[in-house]
Design a protein around this ligand. Structure first.
Ligand code: AMP
Ligand code: MG
Length: 342
């Protein structure tokens, strides 16, 4: 398949180029689009054929539901079969548009293929001018999982999408790097207990600031339980070389790494740690205290790690609070071994 490359500047969108992308969506084809979390593989969420094409292009297991992207409240209301309580509205007002997916009881409009035959549907109002313009102009919600082949890291740059999906999808919108860099937080609001099913771009603490009763779902802390978010049970991306995740404070990590021979190892770490070491191969996630920057860089560093001539990889984690918990979650999923240094 010929993959059309469409160049759009979010600050000044060229109408002709935008219409090319809308045409692809109206023809029930898939197109990779930028969002603020990661690049999404978008198609008409109300079309079974379009949804089938998303699963095929990604090689995604059919029991892993897709997130539906909306651009206004009336579109949301058409997708759900549930009252919007004042509790839910407080969360929507605080975090939408943004990197938070809410799981609702679904309406009949949503095909079973989107929700993987669950009674619920995950919905997000993204905060990206190109994604919003596409939803508004096409007039239907967009299903959009991350635009990577299943098992690869989520794409944060158009070049990552080109690498994974060129020739497999109808188009790619070539735009800038995703600002957040990790996927959305998934919060279940379909029952009385609001639970986080997947860590992501909004932290537990900032959700609790609006609604103190929100907690993590038990399955996030206890891997032996069946997760309510089907995607959590699949093996996530891990580099082809062994990757060891080290956690601890800056001093203990520096002390431990100084005792190691790092000559054939890639170190993915923070400036505070790298600057204390003499290590030939390193990639910086930024400052230990700057979770936003580290989220923005993490998936790109993992992709770059594949290209370097090293035997193995060491990656260091973050303090496990706020968005540090999201970083540690993605680092842990990508690692073959974990060690806490005290
Ligand atoms: P991705 O599209 O790759 O960011 O993955 C979407 C994530 O949201 C996966 O982990 C899904 O399992 C999860 N998800 C989507 N819809 C639902 C739902 N209705 N109930 C629970 N989890 C969901
Ligand atoms: Mg994904």
């Amino acid at each position: 398949m010929n993959t059309q490359l469409i160049y759009l500047n979010p600050e000044q969108m060229n109408e002709t180029e935008l219409q090319k992308a809308v045409k692809i969506l109206q023809e029930d084809q898939c197109i990779a689009i930028p969002t603020e979390t990661v690049y999404g593989l978008a198609a008409n969420a109300l079309s079974e054929l379009a949804i089938k094409r998303i699963f095929e292009a990604k090689g995604r297991p059919s029991d892993n539901p897709l997130i539906v992207h909306v651009s206004n409240m009336s579109m949301l209301k058409r997708c759900i079969h549930q009252d919007l309580s004042s509790r839910i509205m407080a969360i929507i007002d605080a975090f939408w548009p943004g990197p938070l997916t809410l799981v609702f009881k679904k309406s009949k409009l949503i095909p079973n293929e989107v929700s993987a035959h669950l009674e619920t549907v995950g919905i997000r109002w993204p905060n990206h001018p190109i994604a919003l313009a596409l939803i508004e102009t096409s007039g239907f919600p967009l299903a959009a999982p991350s635009a990577n082949v299943s098992g690869r890291p989520s794409p944060t740059k158009a070049e990552h999408v080109l690498h994974d999906l060129s020739g497999k999808i109808a188009g790619i919108i070539m735009a800038e790097q995703s600002a957040v860099g990790v996927e959305s937080t998934v919060l279940d609001v379909s029952g009385d207990d609001f639970r986080i099913l997947r860590k992501g771009g909004v932290s537990l603490e900032s959700l609790q600031h609006i609604d103190p009763a929100i907690t993590y779902d038990d399955a996030l802390a206890h891997p032996e339980l069946t997760p309510k978010s089907p995607g959590q049970k699949y093996k996530h991306y891990a580099p082809s070389k062994p990757m060891l995740a080290l956690s601890g404070n800056i001093e203990s990590l520096v002390h431990h790494l100084k005792t190691m021979d790092l000559s054939q190892i890639l170190l993915i770490s923070t400036d505070e740690i790298i600057n204390h070491l003499d290590v030939p191969y390193h990639l910086s996630l930024g400052s230990y205290h700057d979770h936003d920057l580290a989220m923005n860089r993490l998936f790109d560093c993992l992709r770059v790690s594949e290209t370097l001539p090293v035997e193995s990889i060491i990656i260091t984690g973050f303090e496990d609070s706020g968005l540090g918990a999201t970083l540690n979650d993605r680092i842990s999923k990508a690692s073959s071994q974990k060690l806490t240094i005290i």
